[in-house]
Design a protein around this ligand. Structure first.
Ligand SMILES: Cc1cc2nc3c(=O)[nH]c(=O)nc-3n(C[C@H](O)[C@H](O)[C@H](O)COP(=O)(O)OP(=O)(O)OC[C@H]3O[C@@H](n4cnc5c(N)ncnc54)[C@H](O)[C@@H]3O)c2cc1C
Length: 310
C-alpha cells in the first residue's frame, strides 16, 4: 500500500477536489457516534460512485458505501479507508413503477409515491436512511420487507461491472440480501406498486409514522433494533421481549443505555462512545444466552476497528 501522503495525492488525482481527509463520521450517522474516516468522498452520480470504488481498489485501500448511516456503529478510532457517501438521488416517477437511485431517502420515497397515489411502500414510513441501505439489509416492519416490492435493479460488481437484475437475484431473507454477502453496490431500483388515491396512501403512511413515534426514540441517537429477532422452527421470537426479561431496560454503560420503551434499542444519551455501546451490547447478549440459550446476532453494521467485539 502507498504511504498516506501518496494515497492522498492519488485520490485527489483520481477523484478531484471533492475528496476530504480525516472527516469525523459521527455527524453522518443517526447514532452520532464514531471517529474519523481517513478519506471521504461524496458521489453525486452513479459514475462518481463507480469511479470512487475503482480508484480505491487500484490504490489498495478499503472502501465503504455510506447511505444514511442509520444502521451503523462506527468505531471510536474511525475507519482507515475511503468512505464513499452515496449522494445519487435521482427519482423517475413516470408510470406506476417509480425508479430511484440508491442514495434517495427512503422516507422521501414513501412521501413521493403517496403523492402519486402509488401504494405499497407505506409500511416503510418513518424508517430513516437511503433506498440502498434498505435494500442491503432488506429493511422492513410489520411483517413486510422492502424486498417484497422490489421489481428490477441495477447493481455494480467491482469485478464484473454493471448488471440489471430482478428481485430473485437478491435472495432476500429476514434482514438480509445477497448484497451483504457479495459486496455488490445497489445503483438504482424500481418498485412494483399499486394505484390507489393519494389521500388513502398518505393517510396509511401517517398512521404508520404515528405508531413508530411511540415506539422509537425521537430525540436521542440510535440505530434501530440492535439485534435480529430469532427465527426458530418457522416462528419469530422478538428479541425485545427476551431482553426485557433479563432486565435490559435498566441497563447502561456510560452514555449508552437501553431505550426505556423498547429493550432491543440502544440510545446515545449524549457523548456515548462506540466502546460503551459494544460493551452494553455484549452484556445484553450474554444475559440472553445465559437465561434462554439463544446467541443474538447483531442487526446493525460495524465499521472501523474492533468490528467483531459484539
Ligand atoms: C429510529 C430508527 C428506526 C429504525 N427502524 C427500522 C425498522 O423499522 N426496520 C428496519 O429494517 N430498520 C430500521 N432502522 C435501521 C435503518 O434505518 C435501516 O436499516 C436502513 O435501511 C439503513 O439504511 P442507511 O441508508 O442508513 O444505511 P447505512 O447505515 O448507511 O448502511 C448500512 C449498510 O448498508 C450498506 N449500503 C448502503 N447503501 C448501499 C448501496 N447503495 N449498495 C450496497 N450497500 C449499501 C452500507 O455499506 C452498510 O453496510 C431504524 C433506524 C433508526 C435510527
Amino acid at each position: 500500500m502507498e504511504s498516506r501522503e501518496k494515497t492522498k495525492e492519488s485520490l485527489l488525482e483520481g477523484l478531484g477536489e471533492g475528496v476530504r481527509f480525516n472527516v469525523p463520521l459521527a455527524p453522518y450517522t443517526s447514532f452520532r457516534i464514531g471517529g474519523p474516516a481517513d478519506f471521504f468522498f461524496e458521489a453525486l452520480s452513479p459514475w462518481g460512485l463507480i469511479k470512487a470504488v475503482s480508484v480505491s481498489r487500484s490504490l489498495g485501500i478499503e472502501f465503504f458505501i455510506l447511505g444514511g448511516g442509520s444502521n451503523l456503529l462506527v468505531s471510536d478510532a474511525g475507519f482507515r479507508g475511503l468512505v464513499i457517501k452515496n449522494g445519487c438521488t435521482a427519482l423517475l416517477t413516470n408510470g406506476d413503477n417509480p425508479g430511484v437511485q440508491s442514495g434517495f431517502s427512503l422516507n422521501e420515497l414513501v412521501d413521493k409515491t403517496a403523492e402519486l397515489g402509488l401504494s405499497g411502500l407505506e409500511f416503510l414510513a418513518g424508517i430513516p436512511g437511503t433506498v440502498g441501505g434498505a435494500v442491503y439489509g432488506n429493511a422492513g416492519a410489520f411483517g413486510k420487507s422492502i424486498g417484497d416490492l422490489l421489481e428490477r435493479a441495477v447493481v455494480f460488481n467491482p469485478d464484473k461491472g454493471l448488471e440489471t437484475v430482478d428481485r430473485d437475484y437478491f435472495e432476500f431473507g429476514y434482514r438480509s440480501s445477497k448484497l451483504k454477502r457479495n459486496g455488490e453496490i445497489l445503483i438504482s431500483t424500481s418498485f412494483r406498486l399499486e394505484k390507489k388515491t393519494a389521500e388513502e396512501v398518505k393517510r396509511n403512511s401517517e398512521e404508520i409514522r404515528t405508531l413508530r413515534r411511540e415506539k422509537h426514540p425521537q430525540n436521542q441517537g440510535s440505530i434501530g433494533c440492535f439485534f435480529k429477532n430469532i427465527k426458530e422452527k418457522g416462528k419469530t421470537i422478538p428479541v425485545g421481549r427476551l431482553l426485557e426479561q433479563v432486565g435490559a431496560k435498566k441497563m447502561a454503560v456510560g452514555n449508552a443505555a437501553v431505550f426505556d420503551r423498547h429493550a432491543n434499542i440502544i440510545v446515545n444519551r449524549g457523548g456515548a462512545k462506540a466502546s460503551e455501546v459494544r460493551e452494553l451490547a455484549g452484556m445484553l447478549r450474554d444475559r440472553v444466552r445465559e437465561k434462554f440459550g439463544f446467541v443474538l446476532e447483531p442487526e446493525v453494521v460495524f465499521l472501523g476497528e474492533e468490528p467483531d467485539a459484539t
